[in-house]
Design a protein around this ligand. Structure first.
Ligand SMILES: Cc1cc2nc3c(=O)[nH]c(=O)nc-3n(C[C@H](O)[C@H](O)[C@H](O)COP(=O)(O)O)c2cc1C
Length: 286
């Protein structure tokens, strides 16, 4: 995808919770299924795998008992993914699955991330989930309904979906007490802005990015209560998935703008509190 396409696609994506009953065309389905099959290596070394399946009465109904929120009407397909437990597995899972979400968006489909406890569900069965693997989230997809329900707007309002934290709470320069200005962000302004538009579980936006000379350090800011709540429901830290999603928006935009970089562990400035944890850095390459 060229720059216009990816930035436009990232801006256009929002969570879709009502779908047309008509399934996607076989051509679109084949393109999306191929793309899912090609996402095999995350940038941090994990090797998740993804599968597009048709929605059935059984798996639609199963969603209700799995700890996801917001009833999804008439999804015609689901994108499932699994990753072997391990360091950075959840970030890589989020990164690659969001790349798939953006491809689905580019193909004209609606999408909604769903985080829940899928391990023993019919979804796990469809994916032949192994003992050592996690199924952290699934994507509901299909043709977006022409007339979304009132309840869709209520869910968006309830989750504060149209609100994003301001720059000064997300992006920092040299240390966590100095917010980053757009002037200082320079060529990376758009990459950060499109990171900020990313989806996150309950719209918590746990991403924090700190700039030093030639590097962008990514941190997760855990909300302690939310972590407890989520662990009860899913036993999976969905905020790490959120970081992977943010990394994908940042890297895809940077790459489209011709800004080169690699993901590497680097020495990093001290986080501001024990709930903020370093994940990885984007190191600029000239
Ligand atoms: C990991 C993850 C899990 C999510 N789980 C759910 C869910 O269970 N139910 C739901 O309706 N939305 C879910 N969402 C969607 C978020 O609520 C949504 O991304 C956020 O409110 C921002 O809105 P937007 O995606 O329309 O920009 C999830 C998003 C992520 C990234």
């Amino acid at each position: 995808m060229n720059k216009e396409a990816i930035t436009e696609v990232i801006r256009r994506r929002t969570s879709c919770r009502s779908y047309e009953k008509t399934p996607m065309s076989p051509e679109i389905r084949a393109q999306l299924a191929d793309f899912c099959g090609a996402q095999t290596h995350g940038p941090l070394g994990a090797q998740p795998h993804f599968l597009l399946i048709s929605a059935t009465e059984e798996n639609r109904a199963a969603l209700k008992g799995l700890g996801t929120y917001g009833f999804i009407k008439n999804p015609t397909a689901f994108i499932l993914g699994a990753v072997k437990r391990g360091p950075n597995a959840l970030e890589d899972f989020g990164y690659l699955l969001e790349t798939i979400v953006l491809r689905a968006t580019a193909l004209g489909l609606g999408t909604c991330w769903l985080g829940g406890s899928f391990t023993r569900s019919s979804f796990a069965h469809a994916l032949a989930l192994r003992e050592e693997e996690l199924l952290p989230a699934v994507i509901a997809t299909g043709l977006p309904a022409e007339n979304p329900r009132l309840v869709d707007r209520l869910i968006r309002g309830g989750a504060g979906s149209d609100r994003r934290l301001p720059w000064e709470q997300l992006f920092f320069n040299s240390d966590f007490s100095t917010p980053l200005t757009t002037t200082e962000a320079g060529a990376y302004t758009e990459a950060l802005e499109l990171l900020r538009l990313g989806p996150s579980a309950s719209n918590r936006q746990p991403w924090r990015v700190l700039k030093t000379a030639g590097a962008w350090h990514f941190f997760v800011h855990h909300n302690p209560n939310y972590r407890k709540q989520m662990k009860l429901v899913t036993a999976i830290d969905l905020q790490r998935v959120d970081i992977g999603i943010a990394m994908s928006h940042f890297a895809l935009t940077a790459t489209a703008l011709g800004l080169r970089g690699v993901w590497q562990t680097q020495p990093f400035p001290a986080p501001p509190d024990p709930d903020t944890e370093y994940i990885i850095s984007w190191v600029e390459q000239t």
